[in-house]
Design a protein around this ligand. Sequence first.
Ligand code: SAM
Ligand code: DTB
Ligand code: SF4
Length: 364
Amino acid sequence: MSRVRHDWTKQEILDIYNKPMMELLYEAASIHREHHDPNTVQVSTLLSIKTGGCPEDCGYCPQAARYHTDIEGNDLMSVSHVKAQALRAKASGSSRVCMGAAWRNVKDGPEFDQVLEMVRTINKLDMEVCCTLGMLTENQAQRLAEAGLYAYNHNLDTSEDYYKDIISTRAFQDRLDTIDNVRKSNVTVCSGGIIGMGEKLEDRAGMLVALASLNPQPESVPINALVAVEGTPMEDIEPIAIWDMIRMVATTRIVMPETQVRLSAGRTQMSREGQAMCFFAGANSIFAGDKLLTTPNPDVNEDMEMFRLLGLNPQKPFTKISQPKTVEASESKFQSLNEKPKWSRPGHTIERNELAKQKAKLTD
Ligand code: SAM
Ligand code: DTB
Ligand code: SF4
């Protein structure tokens, strides 16, 4: 059985990425079969529990307040609405719900308490619960764990080098610190990134070096293709070729053999044949539902038809790690510390982010 290595070099990863396609696919599919059932794919539903108005400047993101996109922002969703959506997701075959908030970071207080209640509610539906709420402290991670959180998503997004051209309002190290705080709790780590933002192949490899060197490696690694949204600094970037996605998925599978590799944003631009090659190359998870957080995604029926054609089965919840126990708020061992995570503000300027901000101001 291929062992898990944490010492991959950028050059080794580039050599894998650039192999002749048939060799790359064969190697990735062989490793995939050693560690996973090749006919099982996890289906996860995304729920945007707080949309838009985010203070960060992530160059790809339609939810950053500073850019002018057509996103309708809203307040934090109610627990009952979240429960209804989770039940719908379960009925349509999802075993996991991922709740996203357009926050820079988690802040202790009534809104976080409401999120904790959402986590308890979904865990009691016997579904895996994931949250992506921005940066968090160790105490906040512990409180989420106690509520029954299964996974926390916090992406590295790209290599440390290219990161400086994408985001200026927080540093790459801040992301690693949040992942470390999640790791200190019993919550599993979901961390990946985006390809097709104008990065070099070296940056794709650099991101994989950073993810694979985490010990343990993330239990889940989402690979997103950029969804170029009008009004963001990346609005004019052309979509990547499917071959890039296949190579990225295959390389991720080889360097992180045990992880769940998630074929994430960008599937509306991929043919069924293209997605099938990604599953062959080791992708074993998708986001289902006609919306990701704010952008379109294939409809559930289309995906179910694809599963039928390919003979794929949706993964049952808690097949990898057992269900966490939910502790009720009244019995919690962790108090709110009224804290915010510390983060650094690199403070440099990114020309294309500044231009998009200026353009948004002019049209206001
Ligand atoms: N605000 C939180 C954060 O940044 O961690 C959580 C939500 S954020 C939208 C989650 C992830 O979605 C980002 O890290 C990024 O990888 C991905 N994402 C956002 N916009 C995207 C886009 N236009 N195309 C592809 N992926 C995107
Ligand atoms: C991840 O890596 N991809 C998902 C999930 N984690 C939260 C989000 C994709 C968002 C795509 C842009 C949007 O719909 O707003
Ligand atoms: Fe905010 Fe997250 Fe979007 Fe960055 S990716 S602007 S932190 S919602």
